[in-house]
Design a binder for this molecule. Structure first.
Ligand code: ATP
Ligand code: SF4
Ligand code: MG
Length: 379
């Protein structure tokens, strides 16, 4: 960690990689099941929503890990488990080699200083009754040692300037800003404690496309300047491509493929990743004309009653009998990166010539979807 102490300004910190090579964050067998209850007075548990079901990954110093998957696959639950906003049903989270899964009190506050979060909705994540200055400086009420009292108003102005906002707006309220500007306020607040890791939970999904690029560029600049590591969550592979060093693809509570940016975008080997990639728009007209769109059939199954074996099998065109009985492990089967598919096969999708055969299994098998699960359990 290096500290820049320009005279008159509060110190800013640049985090350096740990020479021992211990990952900044390590997640092992993370599981979160939410109970489904029935009854008003006497609540009875009638099932479990398996929001996260055995997730493993590492985040290294200064790295950006993209976490991608359809709505409801468990991305936000993973981020809440990392922040200790939810307690896991099973599994462990390690920060710099230390087990931080069940911290409380001052140890938890210390962890939260180092791991911050930016939320998807810049409209609801800022208190409408607080000024921007108070919002950005609020974390110092809990961690007063980060910036001495006398330097706080100057530091808030510096942070606003750093995220591209006019420091003279310090006394304005959130409703006086646009969506992109509010997200910048959220970023300034996340930076206030000089964290090492920022979990960005769909930080640009609610913004216009033109504003999305500006916010992503800002996050990249901040990463460079402060040596930050990001977990960058999105439901769209095109959004995470430019910012991520590695990408993990999630489906129904589990990671199905994880690899470097090149491995995922040029040599994806899981049918689900290939389907997501085939939906990414291609600007080059020649490549676009060669592109094959993989249309997934079937609904997303309910996480309360996921399919046996491979969870993707009810929508997979490559499924065989083994897929219904044996859950595929997330391992490297010769593709150079871990893939959870018995028939993993690296394919170049974007702009490439992809042959997608017809499904080999009967996809008419009834699948419990979120809507039908809701009807069944009444919750
Ligand atoms: N507190 C909770 N109680 C019960 N179920 C929950 C709770 N939080 C999340 N879930 C369920 O867990 C599953 C995963 O939710 P999560 O919010 O993590 O998904 P997500 O991938 O972030 O989705 P999105 O892209 O829509 O934000 C969903 O089926 C959701 O309904
Ligand atoms: S294991 Fe079977 S069902 Fe699952 S993705 Fe691979 S081929 Fe498809
Ligand atoms: Mg979410």
């Amino acid at each position: 960690m290096t500290t820049d102490t320009t005279p008159g300004a509060a110190p800013t910190v640049r985090h350096e990689a740990d020479p021992s090579g211990v990952p900044l964050l390590r997640v092992e067998g993370l599981v979160k099941h939410f109970p489904i209850t029935q009854g008003i007075v006497f609540k009875k548990t009638v099932g479990q929503v398996r929001a996260v079901d055995g997730v493993n990954f590492e985040l290294r110093s200064g790295e950006t890990l993209g976490l991608v998957g359809e709505s409801g696959c468990g991305k936000s639950t993973v981020s809440k488990l990392l922040m200790q906003l939810e307690k896991p049903t099973a599994g462990k989270v390690y920060y710099k080699g230390e087990d931080v899964t069940h911290l409380s009190g001052k140890d938890l506050r210390r962890l939260r200083r180092n791991i911050q979060i930016i939320f998807q909705d810049p409209y609801s994540s800022l208190n409408p009754r607080m000024t921007v200055g108070d919002i950005v400086g609020e974390p110092w009420e809990i961690h007063p040692d980060v910036v001495p009292k006398g330097q706080r108003s100057q530091r808030v102005r510096e942070l606003l300037e750093r995220v591209g906002l006019n420091p003279d707006f310090v006394n304005r309220y959130p409703h006086q800003f646009s969506g992109g500007q509010r997200q910048r306020i959220g970023i300034a607040r996340a930076l206030a404690l000089q964290p090492e890791i920022i979990v960005c939970d769909e930080p640009v999904s609610a913004l216009d496309v033109s504003v999305q690029a500006q916010v992503v560029n800002l996050l990249e600049e901040l990463k460079r300047d402060f040596g930050l590591a990001y977990i960058f969550i999105a439901h769209d592979l095109s959004v995470v491509r430019h910012i991520s060093d590695r990408v993990a693809v999630m489906y129904l509570g589990s990671i199905v493929e994880i690899g470097t940016e090149d491995e995922i975008y040029e040599q994806s080997a899981h049918p689900y990743t290939q389907a997501l990639l085939s939906a990414v728009p291609v600007l080059d007209p020649v490549a676009r004309s060669q592109k094959t769109r993989i249309m997934l059939t079937g609904d997303v199954p309910s996480p309360a009653n996921p399919p046996s074996g491979c969870r993707f099998r009810t929508r997979c065109w490559k499924a065989q009998d083994i897929c219904a009985t044996d859950p595929p492990e997330l391992v490297d089967r010769g593709q150079g990166h871990p893939v959870a598919c018995h028939f993993a096969e690296a394919v170049t999708i974007v702009g490439g010539d992809t042959h997608v055969p017809e499904p080999t299994t009967d996809l008419s098998e009834p699948v419990e979807t979120r809507a039908s699960a809701k009807r069944r359990t009444g919750s």
